[in-house]
Design a protein around this ligand. Structure first.
Ligand SMILES: Nc1nc2c(c(=O)[nH]1)N[C@H]1C(S)=C(S)[C@@H](COP(=O)(O)O)O[C@H]1N2
Ligand SMILES: [Mo]
Length: 196
């Protein structure tokens, strides 16, 4: 089990946040329909070779478990989450590694091209994964099932639900919330809520 470093802080709730014991559902346009026969996870852009996995192939990859907290910019924090799925490192290895120019990632959801962006150095840490399970149960559709990105060290809007694509980029590219005023980086400990 990989333990997110932020869970080891003495004070685990970032500034301006309050703890919730529930798990709210939050997204821009609701749960999209996903046909598992057509589901794909694509790793593309500035990688050595582009990867497109179907559900069966994705299921065969080595798995990790991550214990982490989840901080939504709307001010709730859900502590003590156990996620399991595939480490992004494993996916980038399948793609033969990233090209030298790759500096950012855009994560795409099945909800009509919704994306979010983050720096490669925040993406390539050991507690970032494509999760299929939460607290031992398969992710429900409203929480991003069958598979979602989880980026524990940034605000929860960077944890793309219904993940379908990971694009490696040389330049940062604002996603849905970032174009609507949210921060390009989104560190909850620095309260990077809104744009620069
Ligand atoms: N594809 C996609 N992922 C998304 C969103 C979205 O609208 N679409 N909303 C984000 C926001 S703002 C938050 S706070 C978290 C919420 O995840 P949850 O609904 O599982 O709590 O998902 C993030 N991931
Ligand atoms: Mo959010």
């Amino acid at each position: 089990m990989i333990i997110s470093p932020d869970t080891k802080r003495e004070r685990r709730i970032p500034p301006g946040q309050s703890q919730t014991l529930k798990w709210p559902v939050l997204d821009a346009s609701g749960t999209p329909p996903i046909d598992m026969g057509r589901w794909r996870l694509e790793v593309f852009g500035l990688v050595e070779r582009e990867v497109s996995l179907d559900w069966e192939e994705f299921q065969k990859l080595p798995r990790v478990e991550v214990f982490s907290d989840f901080h939504c910019v709307t001010r709730w924090s859900r502590l003590d989450n156990s996620w399991s799925g595939v480490a992004v490192k494993t996916l980038l290895e399948l793609a033969g590694g990233v090209k030298r120019e790759a500096k950012f990632v855009s994560a795409m959801g099945y909800d009509y091209g919704w994306t979010t962006n983050l720096p490669l150095e925040e993406f390539l840490v050991e507690d970032v994964l494509v999760a299929t399970h939460h607290d031992g149960e398969p992710l429900t559709p409203e929480h991003g099932g069958p598979a979602r990105l989880v980026v524990p060290r940034l605000y929860a809007w960077k944890s793309a639900k219904w993940l379908g694509g990971l694009e490696l980029l040389a330049e940062d590219r604002a996603g849905f919330w970032e174009r609507n005023g949210y921060h390009m980086h989104g560190d909850p400990w620095k309260e990077e809520r809104f744009g620069y």
